[in-house]
Design a protein around this ligand. Sequence first.
Ligand code: PEP
Ligand code: MG
Length: 370
Amino acid sequence: ADELVRAVDRIMKHADAKRRLRVRANADTPEDSARARRFGAEGIGLCRTEHMFLGERRKHVERLILADTEAEREEALAALLPLQRQDFIGIFEAMDGLPVTIRLLDPPLHEFLPDLTELSVRVAVAEARGEKNEDDLRLLQAVRRLHEQNPMLGLRGVRLGLVVPGLFIMQVRAIAEAAAERRKAGGDPRAEIMIPLVGAVQELEIIREESERVLAEVARETGIELDALIGTMIELPRAALTAGQIAECAQFFSFGTNDLTQTTWGFSRDDVEAAFFSTYLEKGIFGVSPFEALDRDGVGRLIRIAAEEGRAARPDLKLGVCGEHGGDPESVHFFHEVGLDYVSCSPFRVPVARLEAGRAAVAGEGSDSR
Ligand code: PEP
Ligand code: MG
């Protein structure tokens, strides 16, 4: 067994020496970050922040979204800020010296709102009893107003950041304060701030300007200058097709191939078990699900366009991928060939991605494309 371990070690070293693609991991806790590092991850390519708003904290988000007054909003944000700061301190510590791409909140809204049916029933039952709960009535009105038929195509990502004042700013402040605190403790935090679901450069411009203002504020308060990168996910066809404009405002792109596959094909990533999917597989319309292996002709073509036009607009634009395909061997070859800088995948897939990135480099795929 020792011999086997040594052999695997030799192969990995060889692959690492050859590969041009960097390999990062998708991780959003200090534990996952530490595990990813043990598997050889060279940073975090996607730190999702959605889970940080669940459980006990859900009530603050609910209050924030439904707030009627500035004071209510401020109160909810003030409750969330220190919790977020602690989240990021732990992750920066685990990934000390390596890039950590933190994605601002991107939940489908319904995950944070009370269930409409449940709430309606509660209100109806109360009314039938001749009782009237003003809070529930107010809540019901707000939930009705925000209810969506297609939450995955609705008030998510940057749209939520634009509609709910202060939400993204609170997150950026938490990142900056956490990084400053790590720096004071002798650490080396490398933050990258990522905006999700951007489809137009104007969305990014607004959030970037607000973010830069907060970064400067925290720098003044702490005396520590944080040179965080600000970039975006490319996960909508329109973002890929206007990548030249978007790159003017982004220091990096990370391809979100989960959403990009969903929106390019026009079918929901949540319904891949739906009846038509098995029929499509049977009829050979696609060999494997495009959510597993990258659809090179469609989604891949959009990635190629975005990489080329993005780099033409900004030659030092950093390019990565953080959708599920980042850890798929076949897809890793494609990402090498297109000239991305890194792939990011779940910690357990990091060794495979390292190996495939090495094989792609040895095979010389697209070796002179950059
Ligand atoms: C994606 O869309 O590919 C992505 C990485 O983001 P999420 O899966 O969180 O939507
Ligand atoms: Mg996405």
